[in-house]
Design a binder for this molecule. Structure first.
Ligand code: CDP
Ligand code: MG
Length: 680
């Protein structure tokens, strides 16, 4: 099977090219074998004699699934010669020669091994996805390539034809194009724009199933909820079809939060006796290839995170895909034989409304983590504001990151990184949460803070649609932390974990309380790892049991960590106003646990929050009640900020820096000292 892949046919050319050049770009159709084969090819050519081969993946799921596949192709045990490393999970050993890892993991490794000495080759895979971390890596590897690390080989692989762009970024390095063996795909457009794309997609799938010959169907939707909804509809309607009128159907979901056992089903050889209908997120667009697909249904939408540096708000919005993505999706139908792609939008729309290419993540994300990372690498000659990116982020977005880092004590006024900042960068958490842990360490409540950090790192904790979970989350009785009631989500997360711990970490407890056992186990594991990283001896644990945790110290620590995300309640109602360079009127997210209210029914006056999200309207999510007096240091810092210095101009930033020095950012002071004055 592997022999037939296009990449394998170019084995000797690939080896020669990588031997001759420091940086090589390889372009090949999705499914041509780049991810699974190039590492093996270079291994066979003995590159691993001088160090491991690293292959980065933007997605955790892909890193795991591909490593598993390669281990089985090489007939070795996963974690030995072939392993993977993703955040909070390392399956590698002394024997490991081929290591699949997320781009975020490789970035973190750069902190302790700045020249990546343990590797002979770095394959930056799926570069076309342009994930934030991959973009930062591109900039950093450019600095390492060639003279600085003469023994390190860099291979960049991409599915789409923007090889020239990568090549010119790397001073004209060679680009190798692997001819694809894509079969023709007939593209069919809708004659009009459907009102409901899920319904339209389900209808189209049913028509294909009842009218077309054999071949699996791949249907793209934007997220788990939509996928579940569509699967339910499909199952209900297929059940109504007359028996024997068409072949059997198996309907399978595919998305990042799917349990691993269920993911495997999609990669099992497709049965000949029935048709598979795979309902997937964007993950099936390029990172995972499902064999056997002949029909693709493309509603033309994708869910995307969009960060606004002006407001600090994240929105998760359904947006139109780009033409590159549409082409990519269609291509998935022609891998094994001629296929068909049903676009649930009009041809005019494709031509005139879809953007040509996707906006890279770096231009629509918060850069706080990335900038902290660059700062901690101590790139002496570089001002972060001038770091060389393939597509530079906006200045506003870099400035936003610098300001946030300044407020949470990661960098000084002159832009240099603090010792706290250095420690924060090492923790595999977002900077505010890392800061909260370090503050908690100082205040002797690290034990509890670790639990909260671990719980926040679990993607979904509550069992969806469980009657128990909704009522439970709001009304969970604080048996062993009676003082914790009404203080917000962080304290409740601590409470949940504590009750589970006291109950002996049992699965039954989770089932009874509407929380996911898997997530809780994961939290327990993360907690352990975090405490190892922070190198802390669990001295406080006995005090913990006798007296109960010091919730004031704990909330103070959270207040320090999240001092870049403070909100102040309106005087007469429960709306909040966020504090920062740009403030926003927001509500507490409906998923929050119930918080203590005063006699007038008003929520706590001051809170910190984890996220500011726009889901229809602006909400703050994961909220913790704090005291006004704790917020003063942050408010002071907010009132004077000079972004230009924060960039870290250590030397030759020249004219531009001088000119910008004048443009000192003026923080909106109004309302910070006298919050009541700004209420309308
Ligand atoms: O990276 P690229 O898209 O070029 O291809 P690949 O991921 O290396 O996939 C090559 C082949 O391996 C495809 O036929 C995939 O279906 C198969 N594969 C698989 O069966 N299971 C995986 N976990 C990964 C790949
Ligand atoms: Mg790939």
């Amino acid at each position: 099977m592997a022999d037939e892949l296009p990449v394998t046919r170019f084995e000797s050319e690939i080896v020669d090219l990588v031997k001759k050049h420091d940086v090589v770009v390889i372009i090949g159709e999705t499914g041509s074998g780049k991810t699974t084969q190039i590492s093996q090819i270079l291994h066979r050519a003995h590159f691993t004699a001088s160090g491991m081969i690293a292959i980065t993946q933007p997605r955790r799921v892909a890193a795991v699934s591909v490593a598993r596949r390669v281990a089985s192709e090489m007939n070795v045990r996963l974690g030995e010669e072939v392993g993977y490393s993703i955040r909070f999970e390392d399956r590698t050993s002394d024997k490991t020669q081929i290591k699949y890892l997320t781009d975020g993991c490789l970035l973190r490794e750069l902190l302790s091994d700045s020249e990546l000495k343990q590797y002979s080759v770095i394959i930056l895979d799926e570069a076309h996805e342009r994930s934030l971390n991959t973009d930062v890596l591109l900039g950093l590897l450019k600095r390492l390539a060639g003279r600085k690390c003469p023994d390190l080989k860099i291979v960049i692989t991409s599915a789409t034809l923007d090889g020239e762009k990568f090549s010119s970024f790397f001073s004209g390095c060679p680009v190798m194009k692997i001819p694809g063996k894509l079969f023709p795909v007939e593209v069919l457009y809708s004659t009009e724009q459907p009102i409901n794309y899920i319904e339209s997609a389900v209808q189209t799938a049913l028509e294909i199933h009842t009218q077309e010959g054999p071949g699996d169907i791949l249907l793209f939707l934007t997220g788990k909820d939509e996928i579940d909804k569509a699967i339910k509809k499909l199952e209900d309607r297929i059940r109504l079809l007359e028996e024997g009128s068409c072949m059997d159907a198996v309907i399978l979901p595919l998305h990042a939060s799917l349990e691993p056992e269920l993911q495997v089903r999609v990669f099992a050889p497709s049965p000949t006796t029935c048709r598979r209908i795979i309902v997937a997120t964007n993950i099936a667009e390029t990172s995972l290839t499902v064999d056997g697909v002949v029909f693709v249904i493309d509603p033309g939408v994708v869910k995307q995170h969009q960060y606004s540096p002006a407001t600090g708000m994240y929105s998760l919005v359904v947006v139109q895909i780009s033409r590159v993505q549409a082409t990519q999706r269609a291509g998935r139908a022609g891998r094994t034989r001629p296929g068909k792609c049903y676009r649930l939008y009009t041809e005019t729309m494709f031509e005139n409304e879809l953007a040509a290419v996707t906006v890279p993540e770096i231009q629509r994300s918060s850069l706080t983590s990335a900038v902290l990372h660059l700062k901690s690498l101590d790139l002496k000659e570089v001002n972060v504001l001038e770091f060389e990116f393939l597509d530079p982020p906006s200045r506003a977005s870099l400035e936003d990151a610098l300001q946030q880092l300044f407020i949470i004590d990661a960098i000084r006024e002159d832009g240099s990184i603090t010792s706290l900042g250095k420690r924060m960068a090492v923790l595999p958490l977002e900077p505010s949460l890392s800061r909260a842990l370090l503050a908690a360490e100082e205040a002797s409540c690290l034990n509890e803070a670790l639990t909260i950090a671990a719980m926040l790192s679990c993607e979904s904790l509550f069992v969806a649609n469980s009657k128990k979970s909704s009522s439970n989350k709001r009304d969970l009785e604080f048996k062993n932390l009676p003082d914790g009631k009404g203080l917000g989500d962080h304290i409740q997360l601590l409470q949940i974990y504590e009750e589970w711990r006291e109950d002996g970490f049992r699965a039954e407890w989770c089932e009874q309380h509407g929380v996911k056992t898997r997530s809780m186990m994961f939290a327990r594991d993360i907690r352990k790892q975090l405490s190892q990283i922070i190198q802390w001896e669990s001295k406080g644990s006995s005090r913990y049991k006798q007296k109960g945790p010091d919730l004031v110290a704990l909330r103070k620590s959270l207040c320090i960590g999240f001092s870049n995300r403070l909100a102040h309640r309106m005087q007469r109602h429960n709306g909040y106003r966020t504090l920062g360079t740009k403030s926003q009127l927001v509500q507490v997210h409906p998923s929050a646990c119930s918080m203590e209210v005063d006699d007038d029914g008003l929520l706590p006056e001051w809170v910190v929050y984890n996220e500011l999200v726009n889901t229809g309207r602006p909400y703050i999510r994961n909220v913790c009640a704090v005291e006004g007096s704790w917020c003063q240091p942050a408010l002071k810092k907010l009132s004077s900020l000079s972004v230009n210095k924060l960039g870290g101009t250590q030397s030759n930033s020249g004219q531009r820096a001088k000119q910008e020095e004048k443009e000192t950012v003026q923080t909106e002071k109004a309302g910070l000292e006298k919050p009541s004055a700004v209420q309308k």
